[in-house]
Design a protein around this ligand. Structure first.
Ligand code: NZQ
Ligand code: ZN
Length: 389
């Protein structure tokens, strides 16, 4: 087990109707709140009205900024930074999925910073202070509700880049599984693929032994698989949504990843897909992760075989660990397809024309490698993309 320091400060408020307490919770951070949201789903579902009522009842002055797009853009973040300064905002309240939360986090570090907020995402600067961010989650997927990360797209060059800092943990996140009842099936499927990916990025590691976190990660994967179909079929099944929503948060709050080296190459490769083609993050991961596995399983066949047996109930082939490992990868791909997701680039409308460009951008012109479990150079990334065609 690797050495670590673990601290996740996000207060989780979980359960039915908990969004009604947002005013009271928010007041602890000040009385001027920026309400940040996406393309309008919260208005259709009635959540917007509930939130405004609760904030107003607490005596909070609300400034609004909607319009966050999936794969959130830096231009809106810049606009919001100005607005927050002008209104002397105390707290940013993100109501939505990962895109809205990530946009709110970018704003939070942008407001006190003198330079351009993109500096954090391009690696030019590290944040020293931030406004607090709070969350009402409407889409279990990205885990941003209790992560220290934010991923933003710069329209100039369609660069999608992550930034991580302990300043980005939300101060509180309200998780009411009922708020997921209105999700389109495609978004549900993408969310499930993303939370599985967050577990897998941690599971495939060279750190050994990591017995407890292996079991926690395996249990999380099994739970996601157990409840995935029920939320797709019966969208108002509270108990199944509760299982999925909590799994999505635990998949990415890093409790199960601190004691080991993580991988994250699949995420970095996927960011090039959604940067250029503006596809949903989970849809991109459903394509990249199986290809990454087929390319890299030889790095540790025993680990892949363990995963196949423990998570996918593959019967162990004692003559061939490789066959066991490959059967697990096949089961994973079948699972993704059972959610209605494509597992090839063609299936998400991407042809071979820009693979080289994506491999180049991902590895910064072949100057850096990606991944902790296996270190991938530009040719490796290109090979994975070709394997995904
Ligand atoms: O914009 P609105 O109208 O709200 O509609 C959204 C959006 O179109 C809709 N939606 C959300 N909740 C809904 C709903 N529709 C009906 N009912 C509801 N309850 O869903 C669409 C997708 O939303 P989005 O926020 O883009 O999805 P998701 O939560 O999957 O977030 C994806 C983003 O998170 C980043 C991804 O890269 C991507 O940009 N990630 C952030 C991470 C982090 N900060 O730690 C880690 C992840 O790996 C991920 O990279
Ligand atoms: Zn992700």
């Amino acid at each position: 087990m690797d050495d670590f320091v673990f601290r996740n400060p996000t207060k989780i408020i979980f359960g039915k109707g908990k969004e009604k307490s947002v005013g009271k919770e928010a007041l602890a951070y000040g009385c001027r709140v920026l309400l940040h949201y996406g393309g309008g789903s919260i208005k259709k579902t009635g959540l917007y009205k509930t939130v405004i009522t609760s904030l107003k009842e607490a005596g909070i002055e609300v400034t609004e900024l909607g319009g966050v797009k999936p794969n959130p853009r830096v231009s809106l973040v810049r606009e919001a930074v100005e607005l927050c300064r002008e209104k002397r905002i105390d707290l940013i309240l993100a109501v939505g999925g990962g895109s809205v939360i990530d946009s709110a986090k970018a704003i939070s570090v942008g407001v006190p910073y003198e330079g351009d907020v993109w500096d954090f995402y391009s690696g030019k600067a590290a944040a020293e202070t931030a406004l607090p961010v709070a969350v009402i989650l409407t889409l279990p997927a990205a885990g941003s509700e209790s992560s220290d990360g934010s991923v933003i797209t710069n329209e100039e060059g369609m660069l999608k880049r992550p930034y991580g800092s302990s300043l980005l943990y939300p101060v509180f996140s309200i998780l009411n599984p009922e708020l997921a009842f209105t999700l389109p099936k495609f978004q549900i499927a993408c969310g499930i693929a993303d939370m599985m990916a967050h577990v897998l990025e941690r599971y495939f590691t060279n750190s050994k032994p990591v017995g407890l976190s292996d079991r926690l990660l395996e249990g999380t994967m099994k739970n996601i698989v157990d409840y995935a179909q029920s939320v797709l079929i019966n969208q108002e099944d509270y108990n199944s949504w509760a299982e999925i929503m909590w799994s999505g948060t635990l998949a990415h709050n890093n409790l199960f990843g601190v004691d080991r080296e993580n991988d994250w190459a699949s995420h970095d490769i996927e960011h090039e897909l959604s940067g250029i083609y503006d596809i949903a993050h989970g849809a991109g991961l459903a394509v990249i992760f199986p290809a990454w596995m087929k390319y890299n399983y030889r790095q540790d066949i025993d680990r892949f075989a363990q995963w196949a047996v423990r998570v996918w109930n593959v019967e162990e082939d004692f003559w061939s660990r490789e066959k066991t490992a490959l059967a697990g990868i096949q089961k994973f791909e079948d699972f993704l397809r059972s959610l209605g997701l494509a597992t090839t680039l063609e299936g998400v409308g991407i042809d071979e024309s820009r693979l080289e460009e994506m491999a180049d951008k991902c590895t910064n012109g072949d100057t850096i490698t990606k991944g902790g479990f296996v270190k991938l150079n530009k040719d490796d990334v290109l090979n994975i993309l070709r394997l995904a065609l």
